[in-house]
Write a protein that binds this ligand. Structure first.
Ligand code: FNR
Length: 180
């Protein structure tokens, strides 16, 4: 049966470049794999331990944790905010980290980021990797994908830049091997 990969997107913006990249992955993944988008992390409330203790986990958190636990690998596609992980993504990871059993433990993870700037979100990736150390996730080191100047690579909500598509294809192929 096919490898099942799920994609977590770190931007809530309607016209998000990172969401465009995330949506392109299903077409670029190897034939032996299936790529599915997780729900929006915009459905997660701001983490508050009182909320968790008094009301339990919100459905959106429980559903995402289940989908991650069931997947063969998780792909995180996110922008960089102020040289780090966007608050909305950190909030989602904080929620997911409290679910027991913790869904990222031992889970293969691939990271991709995109930015209109030249660095492509690289600095965010190293902060994200640090968080995933605590999660005991199995994060793929290479190939790294940091997509700079992304605004020139997207037309009408589609990733049209052929070298970027080919590079993502290679990253997904490596991830397929890494996760098997
Ligand atoms: C940014 N942006 C940004 N870009 C970058 O390359 N490095 C950075 O540190 C930041 N910091 C940052 C902070 C905040 C609060 C915002 C709103 C934006 C620009 C960012 O890459 C750009 O807005 C992207 O378009 C965001 O990704 P999505 O939403 O298009 O996926």
């Amino acid at each position: 049966s096919k490898q099942q990969f799920v994609v977590l997107t770190g931007s809530l913006r309607k016209a998000s470049f990172n969401a465009v990249i995330a949506n392109s992955l299903a077409q670029l993944a190897p034939a032996n794999s299936k790529v599915t988008q997780l729900g929006s992390i915009g459905d997660f409330p701001l983490y508050n331990q009182d909320l968790q203790e008094e009301q339990g986990f919100p459905d959106a958190v429980t559903e995402m944790a289940k989908a991650i636990a069931a997947a063969d690998g998780v792909i995180i596609v996110s922008p960089e905010y102020n040289y780090s992980v966007p608050g909305v993504l950190k909030n989602a990871l904080d929620w997911l980290s409290r679910v027991s059993p913790q869904p990222f433990a031992g889970k293969p993870v691939m990271i991709t980021s995109a930015s209109p700037g030249g660095i492509g979100g690289a600095r965010m990736q190293y902060h994200l990797r640090q968080i995933l150390v605590f999660f005991d996730a199995k994060v793929m080191n290479k190939p790294e994908a940091m997509i700079g100047q992304v605004a020139s690579k997207v037309v009408d909500g589609q990733l049209v830049d052929e070298p970027t598509r080919e590079f993502l294809q290679k990253q997904l192929l490596s991830f397929s091997v890494f996760a098997s």
